[in-house]
Design a protein around this ligand. Structure first.
Ligand code: ASP
Length: 339
């Protein structure tokens, strides 16, 4: 069976769409995931540099750590780490090979933020796999924060990026199958990673973050999620810490999730407590239909302490610190469904 699984269809309130709660479970085989669980309490004292990322992306965190160990800064580390997954055609939620929208177009969203609070983003970018690098160019070489669609692509071309078809044969087949079986309704994907959100602290103690995604599989044309929205999908405050989100972007945007996590840390909460409270803001809303979707946060504070939390089981964080690159299973809110 393909890495990607589809569970059940659920209504996405307000959008009039039907989505699966794929992000309810990122594991094809839960027992596989248990092998990699490492309890946070068993961790040694925080030390720098460090890298954390959403889901199971050890090659990406290894690349970022290589940059940091060579004396590189956190900004270069998160960009290069995210690029590993963007180039990985087997990952069907990021960069090349990402699942398309309902019309068969692969559209990418990404953002990046540095220690000085500078940031750049691209939304609805097509035919250029390294969306995170285009976002960095927006930050570094334009007076703007965000470029969209055709304008983003034109800018990328002017910067030397090359176009390529991002729809792989595997993703095209999945889309065609979906069109038949799901009757043209968008579906959230499940696989062992989704959006890549990455946070790093370099040897100087400076923090940067990045986030890149092809977004919700089979989304409506033009849909943009949380991932490129500074404050929602990602936020970095070099005095306090940083956070990044994955899951159903609409719910993250409604609570400005990553900014919220950082502000909670500013008020004295640990990264773990801050992630838990941010998930609480979603699940405790009146009439929240949280059982039908997943959201997960990871966070790091200035001391190098980390946290992660999700609504449902099987969200995980990859962490590279003290020479150990490991997948850490996240604690989660909905214990009713624990298996
Ligand atoms: N947050 C992404 C989005 O809503 C999806 C994901 O994390 O897989 O576009």
């Amino acid at each position: 069976m393909n890495r990607r699984k589809f569970i059940k269809n659920t209504a996405l309130t307000g959008a009039g769409l039907t989505l699966t709660n794929s992000l309810l479970n990122c594991a094809e085989n839960p027992s596989d995931k248990k092998e990699t669980v490492v309890a946070e309490s068993e961790k040694s004292e925080p030390s720098l540099p460090l890298v954390i990322a959403t889901w199971h992306v050890k090659e990406a965190t290894a690349k970022a750590m290589e940059v940091l160990q060579a004396g590189g800064n956190a900004l270069d580390a998160v960009e290069q780490g995210c690029m590993v997954e963007e180039a990985n055609e087997k990952g069907q939620s990021v960069g090349k090979g990402g699942l398309p929208d309902r019309d068969g177009n692969v559209t990418l969203d990404a953002c990046i933020m540095d220690k000085n609070g500078n940031c750049g983003a691209v939304v609805y970018l097509q035919n250029i796999k390294h969306a995170v690098s285009v976002a960095r160019k927006v930050m570094d070489d334009t007076p703007h924060v965000m470029l969209a669609g055709e304008g983003a692509q034109q800018f990328a071309l002017s910067q030397g990026f090359e176009t390529e078809d991002l729809l792989t044969e595997a993703s095209r087949k999945a889309w065609e199958k979906w069109k038949v079986e799901a009757k043209y309704k968008p579906i959230i994907n499940i696989e062992n990673h989704d959006t890549i959100g990455m946070l790093a602290i370099d040897k100087n103690g400076d923090i940067s973050g990045a986030c890149t995604t092809s977004g919700l599989a089979y989304k409506m044309g033009g849909r943009v999620g949380d991932s490129p929205i500074i404050g929602s999908g990602l936020f970095v405050d070099n005095e306090i810490g940083a956070a990044v989100a994955t899951g159903l972007g609409e719910e993250v945007v409604k609570t400005v999730g990553s900014f919220l996590v950082v502000e909670l840390m500013r008020q004295g909460k640990s990264p773990q407590e801050a992630c838990e409270e941010a998930i609480g803001r979603i699940v405790n809303k009146p009439n929240s239909n949280y059982k039908d979707f997943q959201v997960g946060y990871i966070a790091v504070n200035k001391k190098g302490e980390t946290g992660s939390y999700s609504i449902h089981q099987w969200f995980s964080m990859t962490k590279f610190q003290n020479g150990v690159n490991e997948q850490i299973q996240s604690d989660f809110f909905n214990k009713e469904e624990k298996s």
